[in-house]
Design a protein around this ligand. Sequence first.
Ligand code: HEM
Length: 361
Amino acid sequence: MASAARSASRAFLRSSFRPAVRSTRSALPQGFRAASRRGYSSEAEPPKSSSNTLLWAGLAAAGGAGAYFYLKGADSGISSKNFTPTQADYQKVYDAIADRIANETDYDDGSYGPVLVRLAWHASGTYDKETGTGGSNGATMRFAPESDHGANAGLKHARDFLEPIKAKFPWITYSDLWTLGGACAVQELGGPAIPWRPGRQDKDVAACTPDGRLPDAAKDHSHIRDVFGRMGFDDREMVALLGAHALGRAHTDRSGFDGPWNFSPTVFTNEFFRMLVDEKWENRKWNGPGQFTDKTTKTLMMLPTDIALVKDKGFKKHVDRYAKDNDAFFKEFSDVYVKLLELGVPFTTKAEDRFVFKASE
Ligand code: HEM
């Protein structure tokens, strides 16, 4: 559950910022605002192995959270010794991501959180339960061709955002870092706790998944069931996952679609479902891909796959439930996002041993 302070800021954002969505930046709660700009560059990232700072030792034997690392002078507070990261170490990574989310506000609607949630999802959503390929274990989106897949357009912003964190904590794999980034962003934007565990290993370019595994927003309910069914999700889980569209926006230079789903795109709520149910949605007349716009302000949008959730009876009953019951949405979203982020990962730890990170105040 979100804290009272977060609920208040959420209500504030929602009530004060219809319909000037982009101005949410100026009204973000203290923690969201930039105290200082750090200006990390966002240059092209050759796949980095951190080879000069990190030597793997006994990885296969140790596995998962118990991996051993030998660090040489990295900016991690740890030097020249064997290192087994603990929950406290992962909390430090969490805190560093949260800090960067709070301070790097000169982006989009004022937060990198939404694009981090999307990076974690696209890294994981390539999973195929039949072949066991894809999923978050590998972070193969570091490489072309996967980074160039149309569905991944714009995710370089999220990958680059996490680079300074990787430099500071070179012992964490990209696969763990990207999923931890998604979990952190949900929590920091006022969403439910997302229990998380380490254990993913990075793979090389050969493990890139073929294009076409992620969903196409122009399609209908059967496509949603095909794609998420391939990952092993049922109807209820599919709807809960789509609730992440409370966050962020579509960009014409990425997907071709345009606009946010609601008036508080940097706060995690059940607003996606409330807007689906409460607003009237009509075809947007514009020179772009088919999408829907709200009749009242014509400033919001829904994708064809979003509208499919209210057209399909099996999906609609969950949309209605989540629109009415934010607690149910938070609980079920947390469960299914955790499941998504763990698809295909050969953990050596138990589900009960997942970490619940302390969110920033
Ligand atoms: C049928 C399934 C889905 C489709 C077709 C879909 C499609 C899209 C599209 C077209 C965008 C706009 C991208 C852009 O132009 O920047 C987007 C953004 C986003 N999606 Fe989805 N998505 C789906 C499922 C999900 C799921 C399961 C999650 C997370 C659990 C998610 C999280 C997000 C977020 C947070 C954004 C905003 C990103 C930003 O602001 O940069 N989506 N999605």
